[in-house]
Design a protein around this ligand. Structure first.
Ligand SMILES: [Zn+2]
Ligand SMILES: [Zn+2]
Length: 249
């Protein structure tokens, strides 16, 4: 059913298995594709070393060769500012196959962004003011314009959003919205908006242990419960096409 898992972590950030361990598990579970997406270097505790990508590229290519499944090198980058900045460089983008971006709380940022972006979301949880919610939404919309984002990971988790605006922008920029099997965060109302706007979803495990690669049961249950049309799911009985590979056509 699910052809690939495009959000998995390894020891390069705070996962437990290696790149090859994840690839072997993906193969064992019958997946055709896998992405390695460790945390961007801006994460204070779990970020990859800034210079790790070339070595990761080698390991990804080796894992692909050894297992025979397609292995992509991705990253789960962090939003770093209200200007829609993300912790990847032009150089990083040349090495990466896939760019995932998510909101994480402990990220290197300016004092101003700590004050107006990180702290309000951290302190107020789901009770943030409309002003903070708008600022959150604005920054993701800006990021979608600035960067070739393939997947927005666990949207609305610890970061309330105007999901309709995000959905429209995701449609326009062909950005996949993740159904994260580990962090289920959409309300039924938000899911309905995403379905009505016909965004493209992608189902991922967010595995931090190799044994959890391809474990997406909770996302599949959500799909059944809310009757999410299967044709809106990029990795359901078909394969997603990421931006880097679209351009080459
Ligand atoms: Zn994350
Ligand atoms: Zn993750």
């Amino acid at each position: 059913m699910i052809t690939g898992d495009y959000h998995t972590h390894t020891t390069y950030s705070h996962g437990i298995g290696s790149i090859l361990d994840n690839a072997k598990e993906a193969k064992r579970k019958g997946l055709k594709e896998l992405a390695i997406t460790d945390h961007g270097s801006g994460h204070i505790f779990f970020g990859i070393n800034k210079n790790a990508l070339p070595k990761m590229r080698e390991e990804v290519d080796e894992a692909q060769k050894l297992t025979g499944i397609k292995v992509f090198l991705g990253i789960e980058a962090n939003f770093t500012s209200t200007n829609g900045d993300v912790d990847v460089t032009e150089e990083d983008l040349k090495i990466l196959d896939i760019l995932c971006v998510g909101h994480h709380r402990f990220v290197k940022s300016s004092f101003k962004d700590k004050l107006i972006y990180f702290f309000p979301n951290m302190l107020l949880g789901n009770c943030v003011t409309e002003k903070v919610k708008k600022r959150n939404t604005d920054l993701i919309v800006k990021a979608m314009d600035k960067y070739p984002i393939d997947i927005l990971t666990h949207l609305t988790y610890q970061m309330p959003l105007d999901i309709k605006r995000i959905a429209k922008k995701a449609k326009e920029t062909k950005t996949y919205i993740e159904l994260n099997s580990k962090k289920m965060c959409f309300s039924p109302e938000e899911l309905k908006i995403l379905i009505d706007e016909k965004v493209e979803f992608i189902v991922n495990s967010d595995a931090h242990k190799s044994e959890n690669v391809g474990k997406v049961q909770r996302a599949l249950e959500l799909i059944e419960k809310y009757q999410i049309p299967k044709n809106l799911i990029a990795n359901y009985e078909k394969m997603p096409v990421f931006k880097k590979f679209r351009k080459q056509k």
